[in-house]
Design a protein around this ligand. Structure first.
Ligand SMILES: C[S@@+](CC[C@H](N)C(=O)[O-])C[C@H]1O[C@@H](n2cnc3c(N)ncnc32)[C@H](O)[C@@H]1O
Length: 360
């Protein structure tokens, strides 16, 4: 069974790098103004970007070279067609942009990429479509460029009201749960502006990080923050547009998935958890944080969530999100075969971890 990012990653192995189809080179030494313009362009393109293998992409030797002549390529990220979930699509981050072959012959589809992210949502690379999927508010809110801009500049810090301990502490907690995946590729699902993606990359604990989100503007913001942080090895990070309800990974191929403050936004958490369970390798880990409902602090105090559960009827359900009880989250995971429930909670904050059973 192939695992994400198991392929060569060091510069020493670069002569073997084969990049087929397309590459979208980015200048290594561009100014932050140029970077900003590029991000804005990518956002404006609304995620349609450059189709893999299209005329916009140069053919021939695909990987661009840095000023010193070396190729800045990271690990190979092993993805799959989001339709058949079978055809492997292998991508590398070459000189800061996704590079590889995004064609699925089985589904007669060619997916798109732009300098910011590869797009493996179902509509990727489709020029126009009469059919428009109706999206849930927890998804559309974060497609706003304004929300994406303010997210890490105040919005996220506001989660403190519910007991979220803050990005650094949440990162430390998550890293503890993620230990079984150290040295492998981590998927930061619904990464938003990448506040944890950057911390995961800088920890140097993972071979690579796939930062995935449905929102083009969040991915644009994540790219900008990564670009601005010169201490980050960009070649180890792939930004990916993906729907958590239809993951572009092969079955049993992912070592770990982290989803910070996101499950309450997902349109169909049950389907998403089933997808997560499908793609995790045996022994793989899922770590997530979210908001609990207003009875949670009382439940914790009396040591029994079930006892206080009837009180949760008094809290109006939010229109776009779902607040959780611990038993609900536990059941949701158990239903899709994820085991070994661990959690850490305080006030209305919870971070939990579950694992895919190992092979018999
Ligand atoms: C509150 S933000 C969390 C961002 C970050 N992980 C954090 O810890 O702050 C929720 C994220 O979920 C994403 N999201 C919503 N629906 C999604 C879907 N169907 N597939 C993937 N991501 C989705 C949004 O775009 C948004 O970036």
């Amino acid at each position: 069974m192939e695992r994400l990012g198991r392929v060569a990653r060091s510069k020493a192995s670069l002569p073997a790098v084969r990049v087929v189809g397309f590459t979208v080179p980015r200048q290594q030494q561009s100014t932050s103004a140029q970077q900003h313009a590029r991000v804005q362009q990518a956002i404006a393109r609304n995620g349609r970007g450059v189709a893999a293998g299209a005329a916009a992409a140069p053919s021939g030797p695909a990987a661009a070279t840095a000023a010193d002549g070396s190729i800045e390529a990271g690990p190979t990220f092993d993805l799959a067609c989001p339709i058949c979930q079978t055809t492997h699509l292998k991508l590398q981050q070459v000189n800061g942009s996704p590079s590889g072959d995004l064609r699925c012959p089985r589904c007669a589809r060619r997916f798109a990429a732009n300098p910011t992210f590869a797009d493996l949502t179902l509509t990727s690379g489709v020029e126009a479509s009469a059919y428009k999927q109706r999206l849930w508010g927890g998804t559309t809110t974060f497609q706003s460029p304004l929300v994406s801009f303010v997210y890490e500049r105040g919005w996220r810090q506001g989660f403190a009201w519910a007991g979220f301990p803050g990005a650094d502490k949440e990162f430390d907690l998550a890293m503890d749960y993620l230990q079984p995946a150290y040295g492998e590729v981590l998927v930061d699902m619904s990464c938003g502006s990448g506040l944890f993606t950057r911390r995961f990359l800088k920890s140097n604990r993972f071979q690579g990080v796939i930062a995935a989100d449905f929102s083009e503007s969040m991915l644009g913001q994540a790219r900008q923050f990564i670009d601005e942080d010169r201490s980050i090895d960009q070649s180890r990070c792939l930004l990916l547009r993906a729907d958590v309800g239809r993951l572009p990974f092969a079955t049993g191929s992912v070592a770990a998935i982290h989803a910070g403050a996101a499950i309450h936004c997902w349109p169909n958490p049950q389907a998403a958890l089933a997808e997560i369970s499908r793609v995790l390798r045996p022994g793989g880990v899922f770590v997530a944080s979210t908001f609990m409902n207003f009875t949670a602090p009382l439940g914790q105090l009396v040591g029994n969530d079930d006892l206080v559960a009837p009180l949760s009827q008094l809290e109006p359900s939010p229109r776009m999100y779902k607040w959780w009880s611990e038993p609900e989250l536990r059941d949701l995971c158990a239903q899709v075969g994820l085991v070994d429930w661990r959690r850490s909670r305080s006030n209305r904050f919870i971070m939990f971890a579950v694992s895919k059973p190992g092979e018999e």
